[in-house]
Design a protein around this ligand. Structure first.
Ligand SMILES: *[C@@H]1O[C@H](CO)[C@@H](O)[C@H](O)[C@H]1NC(C)=O
Ligand SMILES: *[C@@H]1O[C@H](CO)[C@@H](O)[C@H](O)[C@H]1NC(C)=O
Ligand SMILES: *[C@@H]1O[C@H](CO)[C@@H](O)[C@H](O)[C@H]1NC(C)=O
Ligand SMILES: *[C@@H]1O[C@H](CO)[C@@H](O)[C@H](O)[C@H]1NC(C)=O
Ligand SMILES: *[C@@H]1O[C@H](CO)[C@@H](O)[C@H](O)[C@H]1NC(C)=O
Ligand SMILES: *[C@@H]1O[C@H](CO)[C@@H](O)[C@H](O)[C@H]1NC(C)=O
Ligand SMILES: *[C@@H]1O[C@H](CO)[C@@H](O)[C@H](O)[C@H]1NC(C)=O
Length: 314
């Protein structure tokens, strides 16, 4: 009785097993490749069996691209299928039947299907994604002509004609900003404002799901001109300030001397009130133009108004 049940169970298991096999042990695999590289789709068989035929299909239409007939020991790759899309790009492994697609392009992205027919049907699908080989992003300056009002250098990181990429600015290891594009092939650029004196390390990174390229910002190169001019102009400012301060000092000294002399002259006089007023010392100076390339003269006019309180001497 128990023996009978055991056999029934065994039979059931075998049937079930066979049912699954009959459906085909279907597996899926994803592969990501960079344009120009090769990809190998594995059969997972360590060795092909005598009685098996191996068929490789591509795309929704299931175009046959390769075929191995073990019995006749023949290996075919179909170069002219799909307008010769796979021409000279397909290789079959004579041991395992694995298919290699060399120098892959976006045209070869899609679904591949493997069918091994023999005692049982095994099928396997491969989803192949092809990503562009990434260019190195280009960092350029987009500063308006060096102006004293701005202490920032505007930069742009750009790439041309890309799809499925993200472009990002990093300060050290932290992400500052990013921009993404999916299907469209367009040119991307991402701005960044940095202060001229900023000594942090900035980098622009382009990446897709499988690779990335980085350009480090050489701040001293791109923001150099204005930076240098900035320093010069700052020192110039210091100089002019010092000069005007000196001038005021001289004026003040003269004023005091004059007052002192006047005071001495009127020393004898009783209750003589001497009021000295130095009124509004007005200094106007114009900065020279700092930008060589600047056609429009940049002038800074600053009024230094100094008002002295009346000095009263009794
Ligand atoms: C790869 O394919 C491209 C066109 O798709 C072709 O221009 C190039 O010569 C090929 N490279 C090799 C090494 O076959
Ligand atoms: C570059 O700078 C100019 C003016 O300074 C501005 O109009 C333009 O939008 C900037 N370009 C980008 C891509 O930010
Ligand atoms: C920068 O200078 C160029 C000429 O050198 C001029 O055409 C342009 O208008 C200037 N840009 C700004 C924002 O001043
Ligand atoms: C970008 O793509 C357009 C059209 O797709 C093409 O005309 C242009 O030459 C491409 N530019 C570069 C730099 O590849
Ligand atoms: C200068 O850049 C800093 C960031 O580096 C930004 O916070 C600031 O607003 C910018 N200033 C101007 C005038 O664009
Ligand atoms: C760039 O790729 C390398 C591996 O090639 C990885 O270690 C690194 O984290 C990636 N960087 C970014 C910002 O994705
Ligand atoms: C950026 O480049 C332009 C010319 O390419 C130049 O006129 C401008 O001064 C540069 N700006 C800086 C900050 O170097």
């Amino acid at each position: 009785m128990i023996k009978k049940m055991f056999y029934k169970l065994l039979l059931f298991c075998l049937c079930w097993r066979h049912l699954i096999d009959g459906f085909g042990s279907q597996t899926n695999e994803r592969q990501s490749v960079i344009e120009g590289d090769s990809v190998t789709l594995q059969t997972d068989a360590t060795e092909m069996h005598e009685e098996e035929d191996i068929l490789w299909y591509f795309g929704g239409e299931k175009s046959l691209v390769a075929k191995i007939n073990r019995e006749t020991k023949t290996f075919f790759t179909y170069n002219y299928v799909l307008d010769g899309r796979f021409r000279d790009r397909l290789k079959l492994d004579r041991q395992t039947g694995s298919l290699t697609i060399t120098n892959i392009t976006t045209e070869h992205a899609g679904l591949y299907k493997l069918e091994i027919s023999g005692a049982k049907l095994i099928s396997k699908t491969f989803s192949v994604s092809v990503f562009a080989r990434l260019p190195v992003p280009v960092i350029s300056n987009n500063s308006s002509n060096c102006s004293l009002s701005s202490s920032n250098c505007s930069l742009l990181c750009s790439v041309v004609n890309m799809s499925d990429v993200t472009l990002s600015w990093y300060k050290g290891n932290s992400l500052l900003s990013s921009i993404s594009v999916s299907d469209l092939s367009i040119s991307l650029s991402l701005p960044l404002e940095v202060e001229y004196q900023d000594k942090n390390s900035y980098s622009c990174v382009i990446n897709n799901p499988i690779s990335n390229q980085t350009t480090h910002l050489d701040n001293s190169q791109l923001c150099h001109t204005c930076s240098a001019l900035d320093e010069k102009s700052t020192s110039h400012h210091v100089l002019t300030s010092a000069a005007s301060a000196g001038f005021l000092l001289i004026v003040a000294v003269f004023g005091i001397c004059w007052v002192y002399r006047k005071h001495r002259k009127t020393e004898g006089a009783v209750d003589a009130n001497v009021t000295v007023q130095i009124h509004k010392v007005e200094i106007t100076y114009a900065d020279p133009t700092f930008c060589k390339r600047n056609a429009q003269k940049l002038t800074t006019t600053e009024d230094t108004r100094v008002e002295y309180a009346p000095v009263c001497i009794r």
